[in-house]
Ligand binder design. Structure first.
Ligand code: ZN
Length: 172
């Protein structure tokens, strides 16, 4: 409000907008399952966990199955490939944006996984992205690898045939 002169302000007008800078700092404890997942990404491995009861594979793993309520101790390594189940074209510029708009983020369902995660899609025009499109991970340079999904720079189309909707409709 510093740029508004006092004479312009009607003392009886309702306040419709204020600027309030907010900063939150917190520490997130990843736990054993997520730690293994994140360390695996540093080695270009996608590690999930399978539920012993319903056999669903969680990526990222959380250490237990949310449906069955049992620990998921069996680790499975999955390929760095999957399909786009849903996606969003970002057209709106925002503070701190690093990627030229329009760009696309999608939910990637890794082959063999039963839950998808969000990631960036590149090397494809926004209007060409579609549900069922097969994609593969593009890893960061070795010097840029970190324990997290940032070790995957983005996903790009493999050029393979799209997956039919029947194959992934349970995951949309
Ligand atoms: Zn389960």
């Amino acid at each position: 409000m510093a740029d508004v002169e006092q004479s312009e302000i009607d003392p009886n007008a309702p306040v419709t907008k204020i600027s309030t800078p907010i900063e939150l700092k917190y520490h997130f404890t990843a736990g054993r399952a997520a730690s293994r997942f994140m360390r695996g990404l540093m080695k270009k491995k996608i590690l999930g966990q399978r539920c012993p009861s319903c056999l669903k594979v969680y990526v990222p793993p959380r250490g237990s199955c949310a449906s069955c309520g049992v620990p998921t101790e069996e680790e499975v390594e999955l390929p760095p490939k999957g399909i786009v189940t849903t996606y969003c074209i970002v057209n709106v510029p925002f503070y701190g944006q690093k990627i030229k708009i329009p760009y696309v983020t999608g939910t990637i369902l890794i082959d063999g996984a039963d839950i998808g995660f969000m990631h960036l899609l590149q090397e494809v025009e926004a209007e060409e992205v579609r549900m069922g499109m097969r994609v593969e991970a593009v890893w960061q340079d070795d010097s840029e690898m970190v324990p997290g999904l940032e070790s995957i720079k983005y996903f790009r189309p493999t050029g393979e045939e799209d997956a039919p909707f029947e194959e992934y409709k349970e995951y949309v």
